[in-house]
Design a protein. Structure first.
Length: 101
């Protein structure tokens, strides 16, 4: 899957995310110095909003894109006090609530 295909797939996830209640920001970023680097950002005001998003079908699409990536992708969930990765996704999708995130 090429960069253009990835951007289009992310756009199909991003546009509905922008319409969801609580979504502050959803955007795709490209590095002008390294065009193959693509970043996708969503910003949510409440942990509950984020957990709902991580459990959603569209988020499963993001995970599928990551699995299809030619190079190792990364995922980060940032709060004021910590940065988490796929462990956060696993916990949320397996039914845990991370109140102490």
């Amino acid at each position: 899957m090429g960069a253009k295909d990835i951007v289009e797939a992310l756009r199909s996830v991003m546009l509905p995310a922008r319409m969801e209640r609580g979504c502050i920001r959803a955007q795709i970023l490209r590095d002008i110095d390294v065009p193959e680097v693509i970043s996708y950002v969503e910003e949510w005001p409440l942990q509950e909003n984020l957990e709902t998003r991580v459990r959603s079908g569209p988020f499963a699409g993001i995970l599928s894109l990551m699995e299809a990536s030619a190079s190792p992708p990364s995922i980060e969930f940032r709060t004021v006090s910590e940065v988490r990765g796929l462990d956060y996704v696993a916990a949320i999708r397996n039914g845990s609530s991370l109140d102490a995130f």
